[in-house]
Design a protein around this ligand. Structure first.
Ligand SMILES: Nc1ncnc2c1ncn2[C@@H]1O[C@H](COP(=O)(O)OP(=O)(O)OP(=O)(O)O)[C@@H](O)[C@H]1O
Ligand SMILES: [Mg+2]
Length: 460
């Protein structure tokens, strides 16, 4: 329902609750097919007229524009002229031209669905990545008629969360595939207690009127059952978005045959759950032009008017949307620091490049190192050894076999762990594999390992 329409209902709630008799109004609304018989019985179970009206309004507030109009018409038809007059200015316009009327390509329907679902807004500066958005949307269309999982996967700060939200800003997609709405949950790294809290919050969000239970679920199993019921009965064909998943056990709690879009640095995170799975890998970074566009939007200048250092900065950011927007945001605050940030980037001073923002990590090195810290200790040590890799050179497995003195299969298993967690990239060359790091990962590792390097080279 439009924000304006809803605000009219809320503003005049007290008067409506006090005066209306629900039974005839409900008949009209059932005739218009905006209310179900089940909802009617929910209203009827209440013991007084005002309580019944309150429940009807609560149900109405969760519905769409058509329901508002149906309710308004019912008031007029049942002789509540004064009450109808109060709601008149809130009547939403329903012509298809209105639905297609967009602000930045977003219809009011999309705005409402995403706002209700807690989908984050676009970052202040956001450049279009149409090819990637289309790829995600194509996979989401596969969830149109059946449940399943779409995973957006890629390295730290490559734009997964922004992309997930962007793919949902599409009127037709929401209408065709997810008429039950969208429910966004920012998950992040969690222990059992943290996950339970997230699930409790989701249950509360989906059951505002406490129709299914008066208290939050007490453990993860109960939360799973509650969610299954809520989604089946109250929000069929809706999409649950789980942003930033680190562990597959977290997904098991929502393995309830619903539709899920998730983002993760870990490619294989959805392996442990059942159902159809679809993967979108975000491997390409922002092209040079887009990088310049980000800087130009931050400093509010045309691309052609940017200083010469802009090109170097974009080059040093290596296509990472996170890095280029971090620098852009800093340059907006410190417009004379172009040269300084070029130097910081070239000297790999990632700690100095920090800025508080809505993004979870303040500095680049934090975003990267958290992925490494999450590795098991023995893997972490192997990963640090990868700082021997050379920029733009893809190495075959044998190089690491001789470095670690191990069998090919053992090495491949270790490296696969890194590839899955977006810490390493891999190309297939016939039967053998070629491995390489993203430039930023290599810089980051080199910087972290500076003091250990000579020793490692010696042993290699
Ligand atoms: N299309 C874009 N245009 C401009 N900036 C972007 C875009 N996509 C991402 N960014 C910038 O990069 C930052 C990181 O993006 P995002 O949070 O989507 O990364 P992520 O891949 O989800 O990272 P993580 O693995 O840490 O969750 C954003 O805060 C934003 O500033
Ligand atoms: Mg993210």
């Amino acid at each position: 329902m439009d924000e304006t329409a809803r605000s009219y209902l809320i503003r005049h709630r007290a008067a409506l609750e006090r005066d209306i008799k629900t039974s005839y109004i409900i008949d009209h609304m059932i005739n218009d097919e905006v209310l179900t018989l089940q909802e009617e019985s929910r209203v009827k179970t209440e013991t007084s007229q005002s309580k019944r009206a309150a429940v009807l309004l609560q149900i109405l507030l969760e519905k769409d524009n058509y329901s508002y109009i149906s309710f308004y018409n019912a008031l007029v038809n049942e002789g509540y002229k004064d009450l109808a007059a109060l709601l008149q200015d809130g009547i939403p316009v329903l012509s298809s031209s209105n639905e297609n009327k967009t602000v930045n390509g977003i219809t009011s329907y999309v705005k409402t669905v995403l706002c209700e679902g807690g989908v984050p807004q676009r970052p202040v500066v956001c450049v279009a990545r149409p090819e990637l958005v289309k790829r995600v949307q194509k996979k989401l269309y596969r969830l149109r008629n059946e449940s399943g999982w779409v995973t957006i996967h890629g390295m730290a700060g490559c734009g997964k969360s922004v992309l997930a939200a962007e793919a949902l800003r599409d009127h037709r997609l929401l209408e065709d595939c997810f008429p039950g709405g969208v429910h966004w949950v920012s998950v992040g790294k969690q222990d059992k207690a943290g996950l339970l809290l997230k699930l409790q919050n989701l249950c509360i969000r989906l059951d505002q009127d406490l129709q299914f239970s008066q208290r939050p679920p007490l453990n993860i199993e109960e939360a799973k059952d509650r969610l299954r019921l809520l989604i089946m009965r109250k929000y069929p064909r809706s999409l649950v978005v789980l942003d930033d998943i680190w562990d597959s056990w977290v997904l098991k709690a929502v393995d309830i045959q619903c539709r899920v879009l998730l983002t993760s640095r870990d490619k294989s995170v959805a392996d442990a759950v059942s159902g159809n799975k679809h993967l979108v890998s975000v491997e390409s970074g922002l092209p040079r032009e887009k990088g310049l566009e980000v800087l130009s939007l931050f400093v509010n200048k045309k691309i052609k008017d940017l200083p010469s250092q802009a090109n170097t900065i974009v080059k040093e950011c290596k296509g990472s949307p996170l890095v280029v927007s971090l620098i852009g945001a800093l340059l907006r605050d410190f417009p004379h620091r172009w040269e300084y940030y070029v130097r910081q980037l070239q000297n790999k001073q990632f700690k100095r490049i920090r800025k508080s923002s809505s993004y979870e990590f303040e500095a680049l090195d934090e975003a990267m190192s958290i992925s490494v810290e999450m590795l098991d200790e023995y893997l972490r040590n192997y990963y640090k050894d990868l700082s021997i890799l050379v920029k733009d050179v893809k190495v075959p497995t044998e190089v690491l076999c001789s470095l670690w003195d191990m069998e090919t299969e053992e090495v491949e298993d270790i490296l696969q762990e890194f590839v899955n967690k977006s810490l390493l990239f891999c190309d297939r060359n016939g039967k053998s594999f070629l491995y390489y790091l993203h430039d930023l990962q290599l810089d980051f590792l080199t910087e972290k390992n500076r003091e250990h390097l000579p020793e490692q080279w010696e042993s290699y």
